[in-house]
Design a protein around this ligand. Structure first.
Ligand code: FEO
Length: 162
């Protein structure tokens, strides 16, 4: 039901989502070692979300009769110097995923692959949300400066209100 080229691209996206998940997990561990348990929990949630994204694409590939090919996940960064350093890297990763989803959508449009376009729509919307929330977090971190505990208490409040 999908072309081999599209199947290869979707397999690439599965790897990118697992890579983003693994990177978030490493970031969560870095926060934990800084004693920032709330940020660590938030990033563990992000890890779980990215893993779900990978599995969602994997399920789609199977559903349309494509072959899933899992590749090696790159070693994540763990050498972060500060909270801001981590959040900047997370935002960069989200922008990278957004660009990749955009390229997938463009390929699906070029191929007149309506099923994949419809499937990808959810990811386009999800990336808008993820880039926005990571941008908000970066702005909050910059505003708080050295007072990272203020960031933690704000996030705790937001986590409890959802
Ligand atoms: Fe699944 Fe936030 O990229």
């Amino acid at each position: 039901m999908i072309s081999q080229a599209m199947c290869d691209k979707l397999n690439g996206q599965i790897n990118l989502e697992f890579s983003a998940a693994y990177q978030y997990l490493s970031m969560a561990c870095s926060f934990d070692s800084m004693g920032l348990k709330i940020l660590s929990k938030l990033f563990q949630q992000q890890y779980a979300e990215e893993r779900e994204h990978a599995l969602k694409i994997l399920g789609y590939v199977q559903e349309v009769g494509g072959a899933v090919k899992l590749e090696a996940v790159p070693k994540p960064r763990g050498d972060f110097k500060s909270v801001q350093d981590i959040v900047e890297a997370a935002l960069k990763s989200e922008l990278n995923v957004t660009q990749s989803i955009g390229e997938l959508m463009e390929a699906a449009i070029a191929e007149k692959d309506h099923a994949t376009q419809s499937f990808l729509k959810w990811f386009v919307d999800e990336q808008v949300e993820e880039v926005a929330s990571m941008t908000d977090l970066l702005n909050l971190v910059k505003l708080a400066g050295d007072n990272v505990l203020q960031v933690e208490s704000r996030i705790r409040h937001e986590m409890m209100s959802v």
